[in-house]
Design a protein around this ligand. Sequence first.
Ligand code: ZN
Length: 257
Amino acid sequence: MPAALPFARLRNPDGRSTYVVVEPDGWREAEGDPFTGLAPRGPLRPFDGVVWDVPVAARKIVCVGRNYRAHARELGHDVPEEPLLFLKPSTAIIGPGDPIQLLPISHRVDYEGELAIVIGRLTRRVDPEQAARSILGYTCANDVTLRDIQGRDEQWTRAKGFDGSCPLGPWIETDLDPTDVRVETRLNGEVRQAGQTTDMVYGVATLLEYITAFMTLLPGDVILTGTPEGVGKLSAGDVVEVEVDGVGTLSNPVVDE
Ligand code: ZN
């Protein structure tokens, strides 16, 4: 995959977004785009005052339900015999720091911290051994869910597809082995979910093989890999953080509509 360095999109004061390269102590402007090649240039600039945009313009988000045994159990379910998939629309995506807006139609809105895969090129019918070649990188995601509505609806379009139901970011880490990383969710600074990707029922390569057997993935598309146990309710005034080891921390405030 072309983008070898972690990258993000920075929201400029004039409203335009630009790709930048992220380093441990700051960021640099970059030429090109991460799908064909991103070349850093110019001085290292500090993170202070930076406003991050959605890190990638996904055209679809494919999500996996009940992919951690303990989480399936906490909601009273067994682990599915095949990956349980659903979609979120592109309008579900919000960026780091953007508010998660509670909706009057729901009285139980939950966080679900997850590892997200970002696809780097058009991919169909991929072998698991070749899956890594289709992956541009990884980021943090929050699969925000209207839990009460999820229980009532046969399909999860409302419960999982509403505006703001997919916070993503803060940036895309291009050099990560996803097989054994910690996925942690904090609510107002308190740890609520602490999962390890070794506990995923279906791993990254298996998921890519399963999804691309029937659906084409496009550059920038995102796959959410499921949430560990410890899901819980969000309230107005909360700050929810999802941290994936080796990637970074995605933080979003929660507000009433
Ligand atoms: Zn989820």
